[in-house]
Write a protein that binds this ligand. Structure first.
Ligand code: GLU
Length: 291
């Protein structure tokens, strides 16, 4: 089987050294194995995604000397596929409508009987305010204007009846995890909670789109930063729930600034365009990120 990796940036700002490292790591891995390297534009956030950022990032990647196979996939062209999947999950009773505002979630999670709010990969673990007491198949139509959350405890029970779910880490996680990484029901229910699978304003979410698209693009190896290690537990649940193939994961180290902070989109100072303007070569960039 041919190895397939991908780089999946969001066109919401300039490509910085951290993105460049991620793209080069995935690209070099694919090429060293005679595999394919795909590009996917994660532009479900229609407010923040800009065609100008997309053009700039394609230009930066080409300048770095990266080549990608096949056409670029845009998530904004896949909204129908996300919708169909949500319809199916809705009919099965795996997701439920939630109209809580951010403030409602904070208040409910901070109620005296809840203890300290727990932070999961998506922020405060949702306290389950809107979760229906009687989950199961539904005939009522999916509400068009609500956020949709995964009933994660129920999903976990369906996909991991023996109480443990694993995904394969073929690199090393943040704490050196490698091989079969186990996730328990408690980790999922207490540490992650009912994540949003469709945001009201996007009609989908990062988690849903990423698993559907990795499957649609035939991705066999997901190479991405360790910041997404915990989110992979969510992706493993979704892949099993939806009957999708399970890629192998390689969570790479993160590029940090001098103070040890992970680079973010707003770090314009480390934008590739800036180094390019100052005369850096692609080799200089590789050296800077330790490749
Ligand atoms: N669009 C995501 C990001 O830029 C990609 C995450 C992934 O590779 O799964 O962080």
């Amino acid at each position: 089987m041919t190895l397939v990796t991908r780089f999946a940036p969001s066109p919401t700002g300039p490509l910085h050294l951290g993105h460049a490292f991620s793209a080069m790591t995935a690209h070099d891995f694919a090429r060293s194995q005679g595999g394919a390297f795909l590009l996917r534009i994660e532009d479900i956030d229609r407010q923040r995604s800009k065609p100008g950022w997309e053009a700039a990032l394609l230009d930066d990647l080409a300048w770095l000397g990266l080549t990608w196979d096949g056409p670029v996939l845009r998530q904004s062209d896949r909204l129908g596929a996300y919708r169909d999947c949500l319809q199916r999950l809705w009919g099965e009773g795996a997701i439920y409508a939630c109209n809580c505002r951010r403030r409602d979630v904070i208040e409910a999670a901070s109620a005296p009987n809840e203890g300290e709010p727990v932070m999961g990969p998506d922020g405060i673990v949702y306290p389950g305010t809107c979760r229906p007491a009687d989950p199961g198949p539904r005939s009522a139509p999916m509400p068009p204007d609500s956020a949709l959350r995964l009933d994660i405890g129920r999903a976990f029970d369906l996909v991991a009846p023996d109480g443990v779910l694993t995904f394969t880490e073929d690199g090393a996680g943040p704490a050196g995890e490698t091989g079969a990484v186990a996730t328990t029901r408690g980790q999922v229910v207490r540490g992650i909670g009912d994540v949003v699978l469709a945001r009201r304003e996007f009609g989908t979410s990062y988690h849903l789109s990423v698993v559907l698209d990795d499957a649609a693009q035939g991705v066999t190896h997901v190479v991405r930063g360790r910041d997404l290690f915990e989110a992979t537990r969510i992706h493993a649940i979704l892949q099993r729930l939806l009957g999708l193939p399970r890629p192998v994961y390689r969570h790479h180290r993160l590029i940090r600034d001098e103070t040890g902070r992970r680079l973010a989109k707003r770090d314009d100072a480390r934008a590739l365009s800036r180094y390019r303007a100052e005369g850096a070569t692609p080799q200089d960039i590789r050296r800077m990120v330790g490749l």
